[in-house]
Design a protein around this ligand. Sequence first.
Ligand code: SF4
Length: 223
Amino acid sequence: MTQSIENIDEIFRLLKRELEQYRLPIVSRGEGKEIIHTPFTTLISCILSLRTKDEVTELASIRLLKRYNTPEKLIRLPEEKIQSLIYPVGFYKTKAKRIKEISKTIIDDYSGEVPKNFEELLKFKGVGRKTANIVMVYGHKKQGFIPIDVHCHRIPNRLGWIKTKNPEQTENALKKILPEKYWGDFNHLFVLFGKTICVPVSPFCSRCPIQHYCKQIAVTKNR
Ligand code: SF4
């Protein structure tokens, strides 16, 4: 029998209301005047965001993608130029190399278009499940995918919805219990929630809008 999450409609309603005051990370922002959002810019921003703070990712994405927003434009840039545009994102030298390689593969093997197939995206060096899922949801606007980062893994476990050990298990478990109408909103809502209220160490339970529905599993300290 398929399990379900009690009060899920109310939980999403409360989270949306609470979190609308915060700015979304650049990878999940559907539109913006800084750069044109396409599957390719989503993919590159997501690569830049790995192990990097949102503010740093955002500025680096704008510096790079405002002018060089297609694989054809990026492939012509020397690697050192990409490095200087994306610095100080984490691992900027490796990421500059990956960005060049990925641009070349997209041109050579996919006619210049980011593939719309999840398994194909996973073949790119430097692209894991989280990035591939993000490209499907926020780049291609496809349904049926749930990108899972550390926040999206931690919070459903705290809430008591699931009991999983890693993001891939969480992705599979959530697909069984989370109504599909919430899959598209899940990532950006839970990332924001995990950065602002249900933070990794000592979450702000006293001002949490869904405290009433939370089992606070493994929460030993809170504010
Ligand atoms: S009550 Fe605390 S642990 Fe539970 S979701 Fe809210 S902030 Fe997180």
